[in-house]
Structure formats: C-alpha cells, structure tokens
Design a protein around this ligand. Sequence first.
Ligand SMILES: C[S@@+](CC[C@H](N)C(=O)[O-])C[C@H]1O[C@@H](n2cnc3c(N)ncnc32)[C@H](O)[C@@H]1O
Length: 279
Amino acid sequence: MSTAVPDLMNDATARLRDAGVHGAGRDACVLLEHVVGCSLASLSEASYYSLPARLQHAFENAVVQRTARKPVSQITGQREFFGRRFKVTSDVLDPRPDSESLVLLALSKNFRCILDVGTGSGCLLVSILAERSAAIGAGVDICEKALAVARQNAERNGVSSRCDFRHSNWFSTIDRKFDLIISNPPYIDRYECASLAPEIRLYEPRHALTLGGDGTEAFRILASKAKNHLYPGGCLIVEIGSKQFEPVKGIFAGHGFDLDQVKRDLDGNIRALSLVPRP
Ligand SMILES: C[S@@+](CC[C@H](N)C(=O)[O-])C[C@H]1O[C@@H](n2cnc3c(N)ncnc32)[C@H](O)[C@@H]1O
C-alpha cells in the first residue's frame, strides 16, 4: 500500500511520543531521511506522495527500534560530532555534544603529540587531529571492538596516517610521553546508572559509563599515572560529570596537578578541565 510521507511522519511521531521519546518529530524525520538517503525536501514528488514499499518497510523497522528506545545513532549507525560524521555501534559511547567542550579546550593548547585514554569511537582524537594537520596521536581503550570503530572513524575522517589505536588498560601499553593527554573516562556513579534514560541504560556499553564505584575512580587512576606520560610543559584535559568539579579538582590537586582552565558545556556546567603537573 502506498503511503504519503506526511502520513508516515505523523504516525511515527505519535508512536514515538507514546513510547516516551523526547523530540519524537525530530527523530522520525532523522530516521526517515536516513532510510530514503536524502533530505525530505529533496525527495522526488512521486516518492513524497507515495513512498516505495521497500522504503516504508525500512522506515517501519527503524521506528520499531526507536520505540524500544534504541538510540537514533545506533539505528542509523552514525552521529555528527564537531562537524564530522562518526560511525557508531553498540560497542562505543554515542558521542555527546557536551564532549565538544573538551575538544575546544584541547584546540586552545599548543601540542604536537596527543594521547586519548578511553578513546571509544575515537570522536575526540579524530576531531582534534582533523583540526590540527601537523599533530599526531594515539588512542587507547580496554575494548577491542571500540578500537575497531575508532580506526574506521580515523579512516573516514582522513587522519588514519597520523594516529595509532591500541588496546590498553589505561596506560598499561603506553611507553612514551605526549604533549597533551585527553580523557573522557567512565564517570557515572553506579547508583545513578539505574536512573539513566533507557537509551543509555539499555543500549550504551556499560564499560563506557561506569567503573562500578562512585564515578571518581577513573580520575584517581588518571591523576596517579598521567604525569609519567607527559612531557615537561604538557597538560591533561578531562571531561567530568556536571557535579564532579570540586571532587575531581581535589583528586588532581592531591596528585600534584594545578587547575589550568575550565570549559563549560551548553548548559553552563563545567564539563572539561585542563590540569598541569606542578613543577
Ligand atoms: C565515556 S567513554 C568515552 C568514549 C569517547 N572518548 C567519547 O568521548 O565519546 C569511556 C571509554 O573508556 C573506555 N575504558 C573503560 N575502562 C578502560 C580502561 N581500564 N582502560 C582504557 N579504556 C577504558 C571505555 O571502553 C570507553 O570507550
């Protein structure tokens, strides 16, 4: 049966709203555009008023997944971050707009070699290298499947010749120093996990969200180990949770780091900190 795009959109929006999806209309539009492979405005008139059955079927499949609260990025397999497109799978954290604060803070520094600890999709490292053509970098992660995604994202965004992705438990396989170390580590308190939105709780990899404690463990590890991998004059930049500024600042102060700069996210929360080892 042929159905016009506005009818498909109205039906999908209502079903997504009933399933508790925020921004149901926007998501229905993104999913339909993904399925048809172009913007709705550039669809041919024939398709707009009678979408081919094959595409209707694919759209229905996407809507069913979204009503089960699967993140849009895992349905479409991609996400835009810092103006570039990244592959996303269930093995990596969905790149967050909040993390663009860390990228901006990193780009305000002078560096040639950079290490990304807990690289996931590689969105931070790849974005930074894409903006700094003379820089080189390495990304490490505990998850091999995430590293495979990061390598594809480096390739897709033209920086693969300047970065190396390797398996590592924090710094365990890192035997050199860097000008800049960045990390958006798992920082969610284990008790908070149960109250996260279904998109996160049910679909995002748990190893990317929490280490099972109060959310500060990763910062303690970074604070105790990062200094050995920084050149003199180097700096560490971390992303933090919206209520973690004071505790994280305290952890780094206790390990000989001074707070250098902070960067807020779009909601005004301090989201990224740069820290420098005390001489
Ligand atoms: C919050 S995600 C960040 C992913 C990506 N950097 C981003 O900003 O979207 C944290 C990442 O840390 C990785 N991770 C967790 N434990 C780790 C460990 N012991 N060593 C290295 N990476 C780890 C996870 O696999 C995950 O990819």
